[in-house]
Design a protein around this ligand. Structure first.
Ligand code: FE2
Length: 296
């Protein structure tokens, strides 16, 4: 079996551009180098250290239940045995970023695409695209949670339908994923905690999102979130706080989104850092360090 390709973003005169791939591949576990296992180990230990008291209990408990540790890059097959028993989800290896519709189709089939390769040592603190550490450590623990697992499938199914509704609908759905699956916070009896995978896989943002005065922390509201632009180059200006994973499931399962797209049509998107009079505000950000433009 030959090693799958490593498909990465490419540098052009317009900056890094995303490169898409659709192949599903076997994880070439025997080919990982000592350096790659060491990158996993160091990233794992660093996040495992700072996440207690910051990440939600569901994330931490399921990380342990999956048997991930700092000894070696996990094998997808081992994780799949746990996942299959818990929620019927399955990891599939991919070479890099997937086109939107392909990604939605995987989720709708309860398959989570995981990039087989891990970042290089010089990308230890920041990589602009998903790698194995982000995908496995960040995303897989919550796929063990039955409510969250159902949300992810419903989201994928919604995405498949939205691809027929045009770019505006897709943008709205992408914002929902961004502000929940990637950068979501959750209110718990012990305080606000992290569940978003983009946060739990980042040392800096794990601290920033909870402890910095700069960003807004606002109660989750489906239509508000679907209108809100976001940042891909810096920490988020706004984080949305759910009351429980049921919030997410109800947000996607009831509507087929079509009435929401119609309702949102003609409304201007909301800037990433804005606070509206109707918002349920946990914390109004000071805006310190925010760049004036660059929301996507
Ligand atoms: Fe992600």
């Amino acid at each position: 079996m030959s090693t799958p390709r490593r498909v990465e973003h490419q540098m052009t005169d317009k900056g890094y551009v995303p490169v898409y791939t659709t192949a599903v591949v076997e994880q070439p576990w025997a080919d990982y180098t000592a350096t790659e296992h060491d990158t996993w180990a160091r990233l794992f230990r660093r996040q495992r250290e700072i996440l207690p008291g910051r990440a939600c209990r569901e994330f931490l408990d399921n990380l342990a239940a999956l048997g991930m540790d700092d000894r070696a890059i996990p094998k997808f097959d081992d994780l799949n045995r746990h996942l299959g028993r818990a929620t019927g989800w399955r990891l599939v290896g991919v070479e890099g970023l997937l086109p939107e519709l392909t990604f939605f189709e995987h989720l709708a089939a309860r398959q989570f695409p995981v990039t087989w390769w891990i970042r290089r040592p010089e990308q230890f603190d920041y990589i602009s695209e998903p790698d194995l550490f982000h995908d496995l450590f960040g995303h897989v623990p919550l796929l063990m949670n039955p409510v969250f697992a159902d949300y992810m499938q419903a989201y994928g199914a919604g995405g498949v339908r939205a691809s027929g509704f045009g770019p505006e609908s897709l943008a709205e759905l992408t914002r929902l994923y961004w502000y929940t699956v990637e950068f979501g916070l959750i209110a718990t009896p012990e305080g606000i905690r992290i569940y978003g995978s983009g946060i739990v896989s980042s040392k800096g943002e794990s601290v920033h999102c909870l402890e910095s005065d700069a960003p807004n922390r606002i109660g989750f509201d489906l239509k508000r979130v679907m209108r809100t632009r976001y940042r891909i180059d810096t920490y988020q200006k706004t984080y949305f706080v759910i009351d429980g994973f049921e919030d997410l499931f109800h947000a996607t399962v009831d509507p087929d989104f079509a009435p929401i797209y119609r309702e949102l049509a003609g409304h201007e998107p909301i800037p990433a850092g804005a606070v509206l009079p109707t918002d349920r505000v946990y914390h109004r950000g000071t805006g310190e360090g925010w760049l004036a433009d660059g929301d996507v």
